[in-house]
Design a protein around this ligand. Sequence first.
Ligand SMILES: [Zn+2]
Length: 348
Amino acid sequence: MLPDSYFQPRIQNVVPGASAPARSARSRGVLCLAAALAALMLSVGPGGGVRAEVVKSGRPAPGVATQSGAANAATSAVGKTGVLKDLNNANPELKRLRREIADNLKATARRGRLRWPVRYVRYKLRPDENFYFVMAKVSQDADTIASLNSLANPNALGPGESILIPNARGLFLKAKDPATLAKKYQVSRNAMQRAGEFWFLAGQKYRPKEMAYFRGDSFLPPLKTGRVSSRFGMRSDPFTRRRTFHGGLDIAAPRGTAVHASQGGKVIRVASNARGYGKLIVIEHRFGYKTYYGHLSAILVRKGQKVAADQIIGRVGSTGRATGPHLHFEVRKNGQRRNPGVHGVRMK
Ligand SMILES: [Zn+2]
């Protein structure tokens, strides 16, 4: 079950098409801000660390302490990108977008190149709209919108949030070396084009395994039994009683209860006293996902160890910033915290 207050902060630290000199200064500013926010989010513990950081800076940090902040960050990052005001069939901007997508699809299939250069429109979801509705209305596909907007899951998008929609289908991927992408997707290097921080691979789709992650059926509950004591989202901080963002799922269970790996992967961090988290295990999975297991009483794996899905990795405790024995569990994609509930982690 998803919390009513579900919200996924998403920092849009990409400026597609921002290579023009006139826009570079603005882009740099936005990117630095986004990077600073990402670092801030990474540096805080499960609880109130965020608030302390926010107070220090003198004003609310966008995307961290407030719900509208992330959308604002995205808005400024996309700069002069076009805006799609509504999804009414009569809207000329919607018609144009659909036509360009269709033309580009045909041209890619026939000649291996686009008919229209890649451009983007920003769309803010209205009440009752969701990922699938928008996708159907603009005749885009899941892979394109998910990759461009770094969406981890269809449910990670809700009313009031902004996304970028391109006029072509394909994957927007980040890579230090484009040759690795060319090899993975078996395309020629010439078929890839730069799009802000991304490489755009026209006509490409995610591999089936990656789509399984996207649909959210790839992660397992880390405890066999337990009671969800705090969900992902805004909550009243148990220590300070102030409203703060809770970046994971708390599951209360007796001290010593076995903690299982939510998905197979490699242990990249074990800490005996991580700030806020206490005894902590971090596992790296495929496709940019990581899971965090905090407040443990015992750690049963070593750094560098490969673990299988469901393998026992530790035991429930109350180390770090915890009021009682529970597991603090996080799912992150590309460094950003995601709602474990939308990744299939549901406690009975
Ligand atoms: Zn927690």
